[in-house]
Design a protein around this ligand. Structure first.
Ligand SMILES: [Cu+2]
Length: 67
């Protein structure tokens, strides 16, 4: 399950932009975002690197969390 810290995700607008970036990779992904912890959890069978590049392209800095 892809998980990221995104320190520059700071508000609801960021959350919406990142949600859209994730859905561009997998429209069916289940997404959990914790704004206070700057954490994004994704349930999807697509690769971590696909989500990382999509979130980067949206202007953010995702750091993958190993699990
Ligand atoms: Cu924001």
């Amino acid at each position: 399950m892809p998980q990221f810290h995104v320190d520059d995700m700071t508000c609801k607008h960021c959350e919406a932009t990142i949600t859209k970036a994730i859905q561009e990779v997998d429209a069916q992904a289940k997404i959990t975002i914790d704004l206070n912890m700057h954490k994004v959890e994704i349930v999807s069978d697509k690769s971590v690197s696909l989500f990382a590049s999509s979130i980067s392209d949206a202007g953010f800095t995702p750091v993958a969390i190993e699990n």
